[in-house]
Design a protein around this ligand. Structure first.
Ligand code: AR6
Length: 317
C-alpha cells in the first residue's frame, strides 16, 4: 500500500473509533498501525528550526532534514513528563497553529522515545481527532495480531470513513430511493455517468465505482439484494451480496468497508433474519480469507437495525 494510503486508513480508523463511542474496539486502529509500522508509514513531527541553518523545504512548513542534522522535536508537557505531538498529514497539522514539521517514519520515532522514561508516548493529531499512542498502548499494539474486525455502528453508511462504502442498489444501478438515493445525491452526476457504463447488476452480484464527491471513501461497491419473498433463495442471494462485496473490496486493495443493511429497507427483508445472514456470510468470507485484514463496519441507520445485530451477535456466541 502507498504511504499516503497508510496514513489515510489510520485517520479513517480513528475517525470511526470516535464515531463508535464507548463500545468501539481499538482493533481497526491497531490493524492500520501495524500495517503502517511494517510499511514505513511516516508522520510529520514538529521541531524547532535551528538558527542560521538552511533546511530543504518541500512545501510550506514541511522540511526534509539531512542525515546528521540535529533538531529538537517539540514536546507537550504533562507535569514532569511529556508527550510528542505528531501529525498524519499537513491538513491535520494546519488545524492548529503553524509549525515547522519534518517527516519521520513512525517506527523510527517510537524507537527514539522508547527508552526515554520521561516520555509518555506520542499524541497523534493533537488538534483534531487525536489518538494517544502511550507506552501502554504501544505494548498492546506489539502483542496484537492483525486480523479482520467486524464493528456494528449506530450510524448511516455515509458518515463512516472507509476505503469502500457499499450501496444497496437495484439491478439498473441507476439510483433509486433509500441509501441508494442518498449515495447518488452525495456522490454527484459523475457517479451516475460511471454507473451507466456498467450495464446493470444481477441480484446477489456486486460492481465497483469511484466515490466522486463522497470524500470520506475511495470507492462505492454497488450490490443488489433480493426483494424479500420468504423463500430459501433469499438468504443465498443476500449472503452472496456480502460475500461478493468483500471479494471486490479485497481485489481493489481496500482495507475498510462499510455496509448498510442490504435489502432491509424498501426490499422488506426482516431485520433479525437479515442480520443473521449478514454475519454468517461475513464469517464465511473471513474463514475463506484468513490472511485478509479488513475493517468491516456494519452501519445501522435505524435503532432497530442495531438491536437486530446485537441479538444476532449474542445468539452466535
Ligand atoms: N442513509 C443511510 N442509510 C440509509 C438511508 C440513508 N439516507 N436510507 C436508508 N438507509 P434501502 P433495500 C438504510 O431501502 O432494502 C432503493 O430504491 C436502511 O436503514 O435503501 O436494499 C434501491 O434503488 C437499510 O439499512 O435498500 C432499490 O430499488 C439500508 O439502508 C431498493 O431501494 C437499505 O435500505 C433497495 O432496497
Amino acid at each position: 500500500m502507498e504511504k499516503d494510503n497508510l496514513t489515510k486508513e489510520f485517520e479513517r480508523a480513528v475517525f470511526n473509533w470516535y464515531l463508535g463511542g464507548d463500545e468501539a474496539s481499538l482493533d481497526p486502529v491497531f490493524n492500520c498501525l501495524r500495517e503502517g509500522l511494517a510499511n514505513e508509514m511516516e508522520v510529520l513531527v514538529p521541531f524547532a528550526v535551528p538558527d542560521g541553518q538552511a533546511l530543504k523545504q518541500t512545501e510550506e512548513d514541511v522540511y526534509i532534514l539531512e542525515p546528521g542534522t540535529s533538531v529538537n522535536f517539540m514536546h507537550i508537557d504533562e507535569g514532569d513528563r511529556f508527550v510528542v505531538p505528531v501529525f498524519t498529514s499537513v491538513a491535520e497539522m494546519r488545524k492548529g497553529e503553524t509549525i515547522a514539521v519534518t517527516p519521520v517514519q513512525l517506527a523510527v520515532l517510537l524507537d527514539i522515545f522508547q527508552d526515554r522514561e520521561e516520555c509518555n508516548g506520542l499524541v497523534i493529531n493533537p488538534w483534531g481527532k487525536n489518538f494517544l499512542l502511550s507506552k501502554r498502548i504501544q505494548g498492546m499494539l506489539e502483542a496484537y495480531t492483525p486480523q479482520s474486525r467486524i464493528q456494528v455502528l449506530q450510524n448511516g453508511v455515509l458518515n463512516v470513513h472507509v476505503s469502500a462504502i457499499v450501496n444497496a442498489a437495484n439491478t439498473s444501478l441507476l439510483g433509486g430511493g433509500g441509501v441508494d438515493g442518498a449515495i447518488h445525491r452525495a456522490a454527484g452526476r459523475n457517479l451516475l455517468e460511471e454507473c451507466r457504463k456498467l450495464n446493470g447488476c444481477e441480484t446477489g452480484e456486486a460492481k465497483i465505482t469511484g466515490a466522486y464527491e463522497i470524500k470520506n471513501a475511495d470507492h462505492i461497491i454497488h450490490t443488489v439484494g433480493p426483494v424479500y419473498s420468504g423463500k430459501d433463495e433469499d438468504a443465498k442471494l443476500l449472503a452472496s451480496c456480502y460475500f461478493k462485496s468483500l471479494d471486490l473490496a479485497q481485489e481493489n486493495g481496500c482495507r475498510s468497508i462499510a455496509f448498510p443493511g442490504i435489502s432491509t429497507g424498501v426490499y422488506g427483508y426482516p431485520l433479525d433474519e437479515a442480520a443473521s445472514v449478514a454475519l454468517e456470510a461475513i464469517a464465511a468470507w473471513l474463514g475463506s480469507h484468513p490472511d485478509a485484514v479488513m475493517n468491516i463496519y456494519l452501519c445501522c441507520f435505524k435503532k432497530d437495525e442495531y438491536e437486530s445485530y446485537m441479538r444476532a451477535l449474542s445468539s452466535a456466541e
